[in-house]
Design a protein around this ligand. Structure first.
Ligand code: ADP
Ligand code: ADP
Length: 228
């Protein structure tokens, strides 16, 4: 499903953010990626959706090697992955419905299919009643729900999230976490970088701890393992 083999990443400034990463993530897993700031978590995650390319090594996602994937094929890859960010990245001039429908319009789905799928994901994240609102009219938690709905509207096999609760208060973070749980329960793989110790230690899943560009720990049902 997702496999990294001896992945090494050196940025142009000389920083080594991945220093020989080997990992395998199977379909349906829920994986937390933890570690101190600057450890290489974002780099690890960005390489999975080809936002960054490794300097060497192989990254295979859904059978495709991203290390050698041609740039023109990247949009095709992205359609098979959902990506959720800490800062939501919604389009401010589109309303909730349009932000989610956009992903389907670019692949020219029929209006009927679009309506059905957008309505279904809005229902899943509990925002059907806010379909006509704009991002700046929503709370942070609601904006993240929209971003999650957008990430799954294509029915991706994998959802990758980079600190999705990083800008949210504890209660809202739990609501967002519950949505990821629901998505995972439907069979979607979740890879989530997080600093949320309480969530990691309460809802147990596989924990991959990265430090200095290396996987220092990889445990099923592991704990967060850092002070904060
Ligand atoms: P984390 O997500 O764990 O905080 P990152 O993957 O963002 O870690 O960063 C790992 C290291 O790579 C850090 O030293 C960071 O400063 C560096 N880094 C990240 N992105 C870039 C970049 N685009 N150019 C140069 N260095 C970078
Ligand atoms: P939360 O407690 O989830 O952070 P808020 O207190 O930010 O929520 O918002 C509560 C409700 O008020 C939400 O349903 C949100 O949609 C609405 N709301 C917040 N800010 C605005 C705004 N600027 N314009 C319109 N509605 C807003």
């Amino acid at each position: 499903m997702i496999e990294m083999k001896n992945v090494y990443k050196k940025y142009q400034n000389g920083v080594v953010a991945a220093n020989g990463i080997d990992v395998e993530i199977k379909q349906g897993e829920f994986v937390y990626v933890v570690g101190p700031s600057g450890a290489g978590k974002s780099t690890f995650i960005k390489m999975m959706y080809r936002e960054e390319r490794p300097s060497s090594g192989d990254i295979i996602v859904n059978g495709v090697n991203l290390a050698t994937l041609k740039n023109k094929r990247v949009p095709l890859l992205r359609r098979q992955l959902g990506v959720v960010f800490q800062d939501f990245k919604l389009l401010p001039k589109l309303n909730v419905y349009e932000n989610i429908a956009f992903a389907l319009e670019v692949i020219e789905e029929s209006p009927k299919v679009i309506r059905k799928r957008v309505t279904d994901v809005l229902e899943l994240v509990g925002l059907k009643h806010k379909a006509r609102m704009f991002p700046n009219e929503l709370s942070g938690g609601e904006q993240q729900r929209v971003a999650i709905a957008r990430s799954i509207v294509n029915n991706p096999k994998v959802v990758i999230a980079d600190e999705p609760t990083g800008n949210l208060d504890p209660e809202t973070s739990w609501e967002i976490m519950n949505i990821f749980e629901e998505i995972n329960n439907r069979g979607t793989t979740i890879v989530m970088a997080t600093h949320n110790k309480e969530i990691v230690n309460t809802v147990r899943h596989r924990v991959i701890a990265i430090e200095g560009g290396l996987i220092m720990r990889d445990e099923l049902g592991g704990d967060y393992g850092y002070e904060s």
